[in-house]
Design a protein. Sequence first.
Length: 420
Amino acid sequence: MASGLQSSISGTITPASSLAPTLSSSSSPAPISVSTSTSNAAIPSPTVAYASDDPNNSLLNQYQSGTPEPIRGSTGASILGPQNVPLERESPDFMAPPTTDSGSVENVKWPFALSHNRVQDGGWARQQNEHDMPLATTMADVNMRLTAGGIREMHWHLTAEWGYVMDGSCRVNAVDQLGHNYLADVVLDDGTFSEDSTFLLTDWMAHVPKEVLAKNFRVNASAFDHIPDRQLWMLPSAVPTQSVDEANPVSPAGPAPLPFTFPASKAPATNTTGGTVKVVDSRTFNISQTIAVAEVTVVPGGIRELHWHPTQPEWTFFLQGNARVTVFASSANARTFDYQGGDIGYVPPTFGHYVENTGNTTLKYLEIFNSNIYEDISLNQWLTLTPPDMVKASAHLQLSDETISQLQKVKPIVVGPGEW
C-alpha cells in the first residue's frame, strides 16, 4: 500500500555550520573529505540512562482467569475494595499499565456497549460523538441495525456520511442538488454530529402548514391528511421486490455521475505475513472526497507497525478480535489502551502509535480519516531512509550496523509474529 501525497516531511536537520568547509588562512582552500560509508565509531557514553528492559507484555490472557490485580512485575499491590472484574478483564493496561506509559493522554476509547440506544419499529441506532470522547472533535459514528425491510427515514445533513455494511444487504438512494439520482444495493466527518439532529422528511412536513404543502406540490390539501404529526426517524416496511433498475425513477438530469457506493470487497489488498491492508479513498471511491478508510487485519501476535498520520486524526472502529494500542503524544506523554470488537478508538494527527493483536483470533478494524487521501508515515521507513549515522551509535538510538541493516525501506505495514 502506498501512502498518498503528504503535507509534512519528517527528517533530521544538521546545522549549516557543520556542512561548510573550514576556511584556511592560506591561499589554498582546505581539502574536504567526503565519505559515503557508515561510521564504525565506538558507542559514546550515554548522556541519559538506557531504556528499561522490564517486560511489558500484554496481560490480557492472564486476566481472563482469577481476579485481575494492578500488579506488573515487582510493582503494584492487590485491590482491597470492590472490583468490576468483567470490565477489568477487558482493559488490563488500565489496571496494570506498561512501565513505558507516562504523563497524561486524554481518553481515546469508547465502547459502543456504553452508548445510549434508540430503539424503534424497524431497528435501532446508537452513536458516539465528542460528548462521549471529548478528544474526538472531527468525527462521530452511528452503529445502526435495520430489520428486514426497515427504513432509515429519508433525511439529509451537513456532514458527509460514510457507511460500512457489516452484515446483510441494504438499498441506498441519493439525489444531488442538480437532480441526478442514484439507487443501488450494497464516520461522519463532524465530532459534534448527532443522529438525533438530522433533517428528516416527516419532521419537516409535520411543521409546514398543509395549505403551504398543497400550494408547493400543486395538489389538494386533503392529500396530506395522513402524514404523521411528528418524525418517524426509523420505520418498518416491506422488503423491496423490484430490481434497482425497475425501482429507480428516470431523472431528466440523468443518473449521478459518480456512484455513491463502492464494493470494498473488490478493493485490492496489500498482503503481508502479519495481515492485510485495504485502502478505500478518493482514488478508488471517487465521490468520497472527505473520508478515507483503511480496512486492516492483523494475525495473532502480529502488529500494525509503529506509525503516525501527518495531517488528520485516525478514528478507529474495531470489528473483531482484541488489540492494544499505545498512543504517544510527545513530551513524555504516552498511554496504553485495550480494545475489542465494538470499541472505538481515536488518535490525533502526529501522535505515534501501533496496533498489536493481543488475542488468539484475527484482529480486524477500520482506520477512518477526514481526508480524501489515506496517509501514514512509517517509523521503520523513516529510520531506514535517513543516513545511518544519524540513527546508529554516533547519534540518536545507538543501534548497531546489524540492526540498521534489518530496517525496511518499504513500509512493513503489518508485521507478523516471529519476523525477527
